[in-house]
Design a protein around this ligand. Structure first.
Ligand code: ATP
Length: 321
């Protein structure tokens, strides 16, 4: 697991290290009684492609809105390239591709980009951004005739006009078919290879797996895992060992290799582990454990396990002792 910790912007500047694209610390955001974001720290280095992955309501959009200066954190700080999100956007250092909206339906793809380019003091050439977004050949198509995937690549082209160092995408492929998603991501990926930093929110596990270098998994407004897809999968690929055992030594169980968590409910013990053999061996040889069962997750179930409510997922184990 990597949990990158960067020095504050001022310290980086003093030591000649350029400011990070994102340095967010202690972010909280509440909507009435809903704690949408609950203490998020996030540091992103230049050139990283980061997926912000979590189920509905996890706090992805709220976090992204704060990174873009569209929502104000109740607590915490955000530096985008060492400045406030609004300053960074005003300087063209960051652009966003949102899910919907923002397109005039009755003009062409090229006219849309030309019109947007007039908003910038200095913009990349229109044909260049159309080519990078993979829509040069449909430049003369009326927007309303474009598929959802093509419209999303048009939003991507518009976002590229200021040649931003950081691109933020909020669930950009929602509602697209498989082919549209594939074409959209291959355009993003090819562009990112030139060094752009990309953050995207998604609830598609396969999308995060295929296109991100790093996955930040969120649940209930908190980061529950942060690492490469392989690291997240290794974490997610663990097994659960359950047994009935009286008076088990929790500390010994926790110290066994590969153990992620131990829950004791009455005389039932539930151990999440990457090494179920070690746990089973210990329980069957060093304790009087009985009714031992080992279950494994597939990737989909593991994602649910990692991002679901910890109280709910052990409901079947009965009330706490
Ligand atoms: P989704 O994948 O469904 O878009 P998300 O991970 O982006 O979910 P958020 O949209 O950030 O999650 O929502 C986090 C929580 O905050 C949810 O419980 C949501 O209902 C609540 N919330 C978000 N925006 C508001 C708002 N403007 N007013 C009230 N509650 C809000």
């Amino acid at each position: 697991m990597t949990t990158t910790s960067l020095p504050p912007a001022r310290e980086r500047a003093a030591t000649g290290v350029p400011a990070a694209p994102v340095a967010a610390r202690g972010l909280h955001k509440r909507y009435g009684r809903v704690h949408a974001v609950n203490g998020i720290d996030l540091s992103i280095e230049p050139g990283e492609i980061v997926a912000f992955l979590g189920p509905n309501g996890a706090g992805k959009t709220t976090t992204i809105d704060m990174l873009l200066g569209l929502a104000k954190p109740d607590e915490g700080s955000i530096d985008i390239y060492g400045m406030s999100p609004r300053q960074a956007i005003a300087r063209g250092l960051v652009s966003a591709v949102m899910q919907t909206g923002g397109l005039l339906q009755d003009i062409t793809v090229r006219e849309t980009v030309q019109l947007t380019a007039t908003l910038f003091a200095s913009a990349r050439p229109v044909d260049e951004v159309l080519a990078r977004a993979g829509i040069l050949e449909i430049g003369d198509r009326i927007v309303k005739k474009c598929s959802g995937g093509q419209q999303q690549r048009l939003r991507f082209a518009m976002a590229l006009l200021s040649d931003p160092g950081l691109l933020i995408l909020d669930e950009p492929t929602t509602g697209m078919d498989v082919e549209g998603r594939r074409e959209f991501w291959s355009a993003i990926r090819a562009d990112a290879e030139r060094g752009r930093t990309v953050i995207f929110a998604t609830h598609y596990l396969d999308e995060a797996d295929a296109y991100a270098d790093r996955i930040v998994l969120v649940r209930h407004g908190e980061i529950v895992a942060d690492g490469s897809a392989a690291e997240i999968k290794a974490l997610a690929a663990g097994r659960v060992v359950r047994a009935s055992v009286a008076g088990v030594d929790e500390r010994t169980l926790r110290a066994l290799p590969g153990v992620d968590s131990v829950d004791v409910r009455g005389d039932r013990v539930l151990v999440r582990t990457k090494d179920s053999d070690a746990v089973a061996r210990y329980l069957l040889t060093a304790t009087d454990a009985r009714d031992l069962e080992i279950t494994s997750h597939n990737l989909e179930e593991a994602f649910v396990a990692l991002t679901s409510d910890p109280d709910r997922r052990t409901d079947d184990e009965g009330p706490s002792a």
